[in-house]
Write a protein that binds this ligand. Structure first.
Ligand code: GUN
Length: 284
């Protein structure tokens, strides 16, 4: 079975669009998401375009601010301070990665926690690890939704995560743990990786290397979630971190690239923007 993140996200976005349509009457306005893109990395440009398109579909107001990669850290922090103070802004997202002269951690920490639609702010991260209410990071949240939509049982099963990034590996491990999986976190220095991944009932791969996971690393009947977005060095086409053609026949459930995790990430960003909006308008 192939889980289509594209189809699931289309359904969820349609449901959100219905809710958002009632907001002007109820709250006097729609949610407003501001996306900041520094530089012109093609991957980042494509993500930011996807976020604007999804916002339009859901009825969320989207402002995308583009700045050259020569922008100073102070200038960027100044923009964030203004957006924090702007009552008409509900969500602030700074597309990562940032140029090397800018301290990413400092930028993320500068975003008002209540407008942190990515769930990257240290206070949101702390809340996640303490199992307190928080904005969940979009990709991990989307992965759990996909597993549930496919009827995958998580409780008590062996989940193996490859990759330990702040954006995916670490938080998805925590969410799987919260669903009562037995979670193993692996990474580029893990010895005998294949031995570990072959134990996985659920394998989540977020390492950022084309076709890194080969068929021999996957158990028959495993659920395989591919977070990778890479260019296939041979064909130049978009491909994931797993060798889809070889693994699909072995897996019970697998996600494609493109059309798998990517659309779900954007869908969860829309959901997070609505959540931030509702918390703000209800508090006001
Ligand atoms: N770069 C890659 N993934 C993400 C994401 O989920 N949010 C942001 N802000 N940047 C990213």
């Amino acid at each position: 079975m192939i889980i289509s993140g594209k189809e699931l996200s289309a359904k969820l976005k349609a449901e959100m669009a219905e809710r958002v349509a009632s907001f002007p009457a109820e709250y006097g306005r729609v949610p407003h998401l501001v996306v900041i893109l520094v530089g012109d990395d093609p991957g980042s440009v494509s993500y930011v375009t996807g976020k604007a398109k999804a916002s339009a579909e859901v009825g969320i107001r989207n402002t995308t601010i583009r700045r050259p990669d020569t922008i100073s850290e102070d200038e960027l922090l100044g923009m964030i301070a203004e957006l924090n103070a702007d009552d008409g802004v509900d969500g602030i997202l700074v597309q990562l990665p940032l140029p090397k002269h800018i301290d990413e951690d400092k930028v993320i920490a500068a975003i008002d926690k209540s407008k942190d639609v990515d769930g990257f702010h240290p206070l949101n991260v702390a809340a996640l690890w303490q199992k307190q209410p928080c904005t969940l990071p979009c990709t991990p949240k989307g992965i759990i939704k996909m597993l549930k939509s496919a009827g995958v049982e998580i409780q008590g099963r062996e989940a193996v995560v490859i990759g330990r990034s702040n954006i995916v590996g670490l938080p998805v491990s925590k969410l799987l743990l919260d669903e009562n999986a037995t979670v193993t976190m692996t990474h580029s220095r893990t010895k005998n990786l294949g031995e570990v991944t072959r134990r996985a009932d659920i394998l989540v791969v977020a390492i950022g290397r084309p076709k890194f996971v080969t068929a021999d690393m996957v158990k028959y009947g495993a659920v395989v979630i591919d977070v990778g977005v890479n260019r296939d060095p041979e064909t130049g086409k978009l491909c994931g971190d797993v060798d889809f053609a070889a693994i699909e026949p072995k897996a019970s459930v697998i996600t494609p690239v493109p059309g798998g995790v990517g659309p779900m990430t954007i869908c969860c960003l829309m959901e997070n923007t609505i959540e931030c909006f509702l918390r703000r308008v209800k508090r006001a």
